[in-house]
Design a binder for this molecule. Structure first.
Ligand code: HSE
Length: 436
């Protein structure tokens, strides 16, 4: 059979990795897919650079629409990124009857409903393994491998840049700004790292996993998102003394009242495997009713790891493109008319334990006042640590771990504690998850 023809929109790190891996492993990939897979067209604004990368293996053009208009192209791979032109081109490719592979988590987390609906109407596939956790086949695992299960929750380290920064802060005692500079110097952080350090990239990814896990629409706007920019290394070290590590986790959980969808720094017991995922690596933990806990670990970014996911999607499409669309795996794992409008819970209704750090006056009755405020809103204390503050005499750091409480109650208690004259600095609060 003739090779299936692929057009690439954007050839940067992932695109060139896709070329390399396809070329290197073409014979094995052909044996698996049942026919060859060839990138016959590439569109990139920097035509000269693109030509230098692909040589005479593909036709290089500046205009992505030339690729979409080419009737010989079966699959369009979108590696441009962002919500703007990428959205338009993906919708145009679908309208032209092309299957689409994309690594664009931002696009799908925000515009997924529109894109999947358009793809359904045209009977084409939109595959996005590379959009979540790079080379880790987590979409495949959730959508197919765990299809027998009721998924209960997912917790993931799904942003390598922030995990690298947190690892540096813990290992070397660096503050956030210095760890970020180091991440930039080593190429882990981009020149504008906003999406990574503010938790937005992780929120895009957990939004996609939440939809697949629970059969709900993708709804990034409902996610609660906090990054790591205000995290202080002192809290990383106090957490460690209490047996915890701080990780930026994307968490989604199904409760009888709704779905939790959130990204924030989280204390995780140091004994959990996921707490020991260091540097730029990613890991996703899935709790499901039949299988129990499973953990997926690997590179969440990079040229060939991400290409591995892109090519897996190309192989899937190559195998399935002649199948009746109803017989294919649905984009979001559940049949499109079986998605539920389950409410995504506001953060005030999310139940977690907390780590609190209060800088207080070293006077009698201070601890009693604070514990009384917590008791008054039914918050139970799990552990207390008191340490001399680095900020001067007559001040002390009071670290409290609480048992689980709805966040609304904790916010009320925090406001009351903050108003005490003996509380000398803004209180630090970080959510804690046992992931048991
Ligand atoms: N910037 C992401 C990260 C990789 O640091 O993990 C692409 O999503």
């Amino acid at each position: 059979m003739e090779p299936i023809q692929v057009g690439l929109l954007g050839i940067g790190t992932v695109g060139s990795g896709t070329f390399q891996v396809l070329a290197r492993n073409q014979e094995e990939i052909r044996r698996r897919a049942g026919r060859g897979i060839e990138i016959t067209m590439v569109a990139d604004l920097d035509v000269e650079r693109a030509r230098a990368l692909v040589g005479d293996r593909s036709k290089v053009v500046a205009d992505a629409r030339e690729v979409i208009a080419n009737p010989a192209i079966d699959i369009v791979v979108e590696l441009i990124g962002g919500y703007g032109i990428a959205r338009q081109l993906v919708l145009e490719a679908i309208a032209a009857g092309k299957h689409v592979v994309t690594a664009n988590k931002a696009l799908l987390a925000v515009h997924g409903s529109e894109i999947f609906a358009a793809a359904r109407d045209k009977g084409v596939m939109v595959a996005f393994e590379a959009a979540v956790a790079g080379g880790i086949p987590i979409i495949k695992a959730l959508r197919e491998g765990l299809t027998a299960n009721q998924i209960e929750w997912i917790a993931g380290i799904i942003n390598g840049t922030t995990n690298f920064i947190l690892s540096e802060m813990r290992d070397k005692g660096l503050d956030f700004a210095d760890a970020l500079s180091e991440a930039k110097r080593l190429g882990y952080a981009e020149a504008d790292p906003t999406f990574d350090i503010e938790g937005i990239d992780a929120a895009h990814k957990i939004t996609l996993m939440s939809a697949i896990a629970f059969g709900i629409p993708v709804q990034f706007s409902k996610a609660h998102v906090e990054g790591i920019t205000s995290l202080q290394s002192v809290d990383i070290h106090y957490a460690e003394q209490l047996g915890y590590r701080i990780k930026l986790l994307g968490i989604t959980r199904r409760l009888s009242t709704g779905i939790e969808l959130r990204v924030h720094p989280t204390l995780v017991p140091a004994k959990r495997l996921i707490a020991n995922v260091e540097g730029a690596m990613n890991a996703v933990m899935v709790q499901a009713d039949a299988v129990g806990t499973t953990l997926y670990y690997g590179k969440g970014a990079g040229s060939e790891p991400t290409a591995s996911a892109v090519i897996a999607d190309l192989v899937d499409i190559t195998r399935l493109h002649t199948a009746d669309p109803c017989s294919r795996v649905p984009h979001l794992a559940f049949q499109p008319d079986e998605l539920h409008a389950t409410v995504v819970l506001p953060i005030s209704e999310v139940v977690t334990a907390f780590y609190l750090r209060l800088q207080v006056a070293d006077e009698k009755g201070v601890l009693a006042d604070i514990t009384r405020i917590l008791a008054d809103v039914d918050i139970s204390i799990d552990a207390v640590l008191q340490r001399e503050s680095e900020e001067g005499e007559n001040k002390t750091d009071l670290i409290i771990l609480t048992h689980q409480t709805p966040e609304g109650k904790m916010r009320a208690a925090l406001a009351k504690m903050q108003s005490l004259s003996t509380v000398l600095a803004p209180i630090v609060s970080i959510r804690k998850e046992e992931l048991a």
